[in-house]
Ligand binder design. Sequence first.
Ligand code: FAD
Length: 343
Amino acid sequence: MEFDADVVIAGGGPAGLATALLARRAGMSVVVVEPRADPIDKACGEGLMPGGLARLLALGVDPAGVPFHGIAYRAGRRQAHARFAAGPGRGVRRTTLQAALRERAVSAGVEWSSGRVAGLRQDSHGVEAAGVRARWLVGADGLHSRVRREAGIASTAGAPARFGQRRHYAVAPWSDLVEVWWSAHAEAYVTPVAPDLVGIAILHRRAGLGYEPLLDGFPELKARLRGAEPAGPVRGAGPLRRTVQARVRGRVLLVGDAAGYEDALTGEGVSLALDQAEAAVSALADGDLTGYEAQWRRRTRTYRLLTRGLVLLTAVPPVRGAVVPLCVAVPPLFRGAVNVLAG
Ligand SMILES: Cc1cc2nc3c(=O)[nH]c(=O)nc-3n(C[C@H](O)[C@H](O)[C@H](O)COP(=O)(O)OP(=O)(O)OC[C@H]3O[C@@H](n4cnc5c(N)ncnc54)[C@H](O)[C@@H]3O)c2cc1C
């Protein structure tokens, strides 16, 4: 049987490129198929948690950005701070992260192919997708994964339906923490990404509402931005929660958002994608995908439980209103939760 590559990867985002790099390290030949041209941008809070940053550095990828040393929760004049015990995370623009990952992947011998994976076929020996015949296919094509659908893996959008929108502002970061501002209906995540730029991602349940009306719900944050020019377009994503029936079907395996997603509330998506890439490549190197599902469940368990719990609890108005006061009143609780997420 002739193959063009050992692995074909649908999607050149963080999950796909981390999988590609690790697969090359394991001696496999890899083709990444990605439909979008550079610079690839995406709605994202752009905060790499310390654990995710360490994984990225271990891949030999060191993107420019701004270190942040913890998380602050803010509502009106109240604020709770928790610093990371294990060193800083880093605010990195998606376009910068993407370019650094891609450059590293291509120099490691990953073949980049412009196109969209569709009409995939598989048999007991291999898969064919986007004109590439390979032993394995990795679906790293994001929240609305086509690979997942074409492989026959069912998925459902979960409740409550939450959405994310992000925009940059040309202003010097005013904190060395990622700030999360809480209002009755939304959270706004402020991440320093350059000495003269912050990104503000807003998570909410109001489908169809524009970025400006959402930002109006944070008057203190708006006051901070007075005079700062928006830098670049608004980008959106959602609905965020997606439960996925399985991670493996035959010779197809899912990583990153394609494998299932809870919410951006805890800012871990990229860190999780990098972690899943390790488990995926270990299964591919073994030539046996059967253990990947259990690995995926184990590696994402804390994220799934904590994030789901927080989303459900904060959907209840009195609980939502109590989040920041509670974090202010019980600093060890907040510090503990933040440092679980940091890892
Ligand atoms: C508002 C918001 C804020 C967030 N904030 C943070 C944060 O602060 N920190 C953090 O770590 N995470 C955050 N996340 C989560 C993070 O953005 C994702 O978890 C992460 O991008 C997942 O990477 P991925 O490679 O799985 O998917 P993606 O980054 O979505 O990449 C998927 C790629 O697949 C490509 N593709 C799509 N269809 C096909 C196809 N048919 N064939 C081939 N390729 C295809 C796409 O073009 C894309 O490049 C946030 C998410 C949102 C929505």
